[in-house]
Design a protein around this ligand. Structure first.
Ligand SMILES: [Cu+2]
Length: 80
């Protein structure tokens, strides 16, 4: 699961997201938001930098099939 499962960022402002892998291998990607395909390994920290351009609510699904909870592994990024 992504924790927190929802974040709010500002359009036009660079965002630096630090993602800490706990268990399992997960992924995040959004061409709309400019988030490159990123794999998060357990025990590692990935830094993802992007600058959202358009306001909106974006649901990002984990890009790697990671187990029974995979279908619910979503992070909502609100761009305001
Ligand atoms: Cu996952």
């Amino acid at each position: 699961m992504f924790s927190p499962s929802e974040i709010t960022v500002h359009a036009g402002q660079p965002v630096e997201l630090k993602i800490v892998g706990q268990t399992g291998v997960h992924g995040i990607e959004s061409s709309t938001l400019g988030i490159p395909a990123t794999t998060i390994m357990p025990g590692s920290t990935q830094t993802v930098k992007f600058t959202p351009s358009k306001a909106g609510t974006y649901s990002l699904h984990c890009t790697i099939p990671c187990g029974t909870d995979h279908s619910q592994m979503v992070i909502v990024i609100k761009v305001v």
